[in-house]
Write a protein that binds this ligand. Structure first.
Ligand SMILES: [Zn+2]
Length: 229
């Protein structure tokens, strides 16, 4: 296979690849990641508050059941005609009142907590809105930097397009996969039985496939494409 076009493509593409890495490491990209991670924290906090609210409402439902269970049977005062029976009825009523007072205390705690959750959620929401604005700004800055790189290298991009049209799509797809895996250069020479990228002797595994100029094989070690010069 004639590899001139893909090798020329790769030569230009390596320059673009370096610029891409610079772009990923730019302060603009860092800012986007930073804001995104803060937004992630806000989202997690809101989910936590939402979950807690659900649990508290479930607890309130439990109180409703406890309150109805706390009331003594109406028959408690039926036929109370001895001191002993009066005392028993009183004890039952006192127990009921104590129960209700505990439930009241517990519900007050829950309502206080719901109140502070609501305040906290509203604060988190405001932060989230602010961060969304920051993210938009950060993306605009990043976009401007990206466009600047595009404009400055428009001749290179145009040449890549031209070359792409003349390169076997299957070969290009393999190249792109290796590039996506951040292994550049993706196509390297086979030199003295070694892959010239990772330096491993691959003559036993793929030597047979690399007999003539233009032959290519996959390096079993680093998965790049290795070619016979
Ligand atoms: Zn290799």
């Amino acid at each position: 296979m004639n590899l001139d076009k893909i090798l020329e493509y790769q030569k230009i593409d390596q320059e673009i690849y370096r610029l891409e890495l610079d772009l990923f490491r730019s302060k603009e990209a860092a800012r986007i990641n930073n804001v995104k991670s803060q937004l992630g924290n806000v989202e997690a906090a809101l989910l936590r508050l939402n979950k807690e609210t659900e649990d508290l409402f479930r607890a309130i439902e439990g109180f409703e059941r406890e309150i109805s269970a706390a009331f003594p049977d109406k028959s408690i005062t039926d036929g109370v005609n001895t001191l002993e029976k009066i005392e028993t009825a009183e004890q039952a009523l006192n127990a009921c009142l104590e129960n209700l007072s505990n439930i009241e205390k517990e519900s007050k705690k829950i309502f206080d907590r719901l109140n502070s959750i609501s305040k906290e959620a509203s604060k988190q929401y405001d932060t989230g809105m602010y961060l969304s604005g920051e993210l938009r700004k950060a993306k605009e800055e990043y976009g401007a930097l990206y466009n600047k790189i595009k404009t400055e290298n428009k001749d290179n991009f145009a040449r890549l397009n031209e070359l792409n049209a003349d390169i076997d799509p299957a070969l290009m797809a393999r190249y792109k996969t290796i590039r996506d895996n951040r292994k550049m250069p993706a196509i390297v020479a086979y030199v003295n039985g070694n892959c010239s990228a990772c330096g491993i002797d691959i003559s036993i595994e793929v030597g047979e496939k690399l007999k003539n100029p233009g032959d290519i094989a996959e390096c079993p070690s680093c998965r790049r494409l290795v070619y016979h010069k």
